[in-house]
Write a protein that binds this ligand. Sequence first.
Ligand code: BES
Ligand code: MN
Ligand code: ZN
Length: 507
Amino acid sequence: MIRVSAQRTTMKTIDADLLAIGIFEDPHLFAGQIAPLERLLGTSIVPPDGIPFAGKDGQTMLLFPKNARVPRLLLVGWGKRDGFSIERIRRAAAAAAKVAQSCGVATAAFLEPDPTMIARLSPEPGNGIWVTVAAAAAEGIWLGLYTFNRYKTTKDSPSRLRRFFLTTESTSKVRYMSRGIEHARIVSSSALLARDLENAPGDEIHPESLAQAARRAGRRSGFRVRILDERQIRRMHMGGLLGVARGSHRPPRFIVMEYAGPRSSAKKPVVLVGKGVTFDAGGISLKPSAGMAEMKMDMSGAGAVIGTMSAAAELRLPVHLVGLVPATENLPGGGALKPGDIVRHYNGMTTEVDNTDAEGRLILADALAYAGRYDPALIIDLATLTGAVVVALGHFATGMMGNNPVALQEMHDAGERTYERVWELPLFEEYDRLIRSDIADIKNVGGRWAGAITAGMFLKRFVGDRRWIHLDIAGTAIMEEPTAYIPRGGSGVGVRLLIDFLEHWSA
Ligand code: BES
Ligand code: MN
Ligand code: ZN
């Protein structure tokens, strides 16, 4: 990751190869924003025939002003003043960082946004908002510059970009901004860890190496990791996890992580559960080949949990966290689970397996039941669980279900703040009929309709009356198209969301 820092400077003293400046889309753009800028720079930047730049959200224009202190000036559109938001700052910073990288400069700076516009973002007066503003800009830079190019033997163009300054003229703001940047550094690097785990091929990240990745993260960030092997999983009667793993030559793992922050070890923990299917071919209910490669990312829930454990530990959050990851492949081997088979879970309940491709819920059932051992204050599971949630919400909202309105509302708010937005789907009791089995306690598929919900109803049976939130990230973890700061592929979704949630939620 490149270095990002807050810097006290003025237009006269600024020293960077490229200076990015946010411009609002408004009818008086030239008189109101460009002309004052030209006065500050002491030179004209607008050619006589004007420039085709409207300040639209996401728009950028690179200029080379004559006789100015900075050799390159980058105009970045904020969009309309009315829609200005923290998310626009994330996106604009990402756009600026990408241009800076592609034009080969070593240092870049982003000029402090108009303080009156920033003040509008905060309900409270004072400089506290600058923590959030700088954090958003830094997140945009780090998340936006990410590429997964470890397997490219020749890189497109080696990046020269080393430093990115967020400038301000005020010394007191520097302190707030630095705090925000440090927070963003921890949260972004943890989200990028999740992306790396997602994007890595299934042959690199399989149950054992996923467990090793968790162990490394624990050592680096400061949380405990225990790894249960196949024998121990068998002794615990986790029939769902064992059943799914039967089709693969690689044995499953059950990863247990724990972090007890300052003044928290006596508190009931929040238990995070992440689906860790390191490749989902569907098993005997084999998936079609088109798009199957994406299923290397079917461990995105696990990536989010490992990333969140890392960030929480590095931030020294005053929370007690447990992370559980059932890890397995779902392949169609000779010993594989078959449609019609029945598995017995950790809590003794039985499931009739109608479709071996509905494997996520089989392994989560064991983990959710196991979570009960901790007498948790709240259980949160994250899983790339259903194609149905992608049909319902696409790639811009995570499907959320649960049984505790207060926690659901808090998760919704965390989604708005981080822009990892969630949308609630109902768990009405009527849906239960759809997963009834004639011969076992429950069936693992619910037919054609409401697939994301019937999956949620299935999980609900294993949490009992404990407080619980289920996040179906099938659409938000796996991106088909890039956005401002998420490239195609694994998004690392969940890390920023959960950290923000944990910082605000009090049981
Ligand atoms: N991992 C998939 C869900 C998925 C689909 C994630 C698309 C990301 C993108 C899951 O294990 C699965 O196969 N679900 C089935 C369930 C069905 C058999 C009831 C599905 O959604 O088709
Ligand atoms: Mn599946
Ligand atoms: Zn799956």
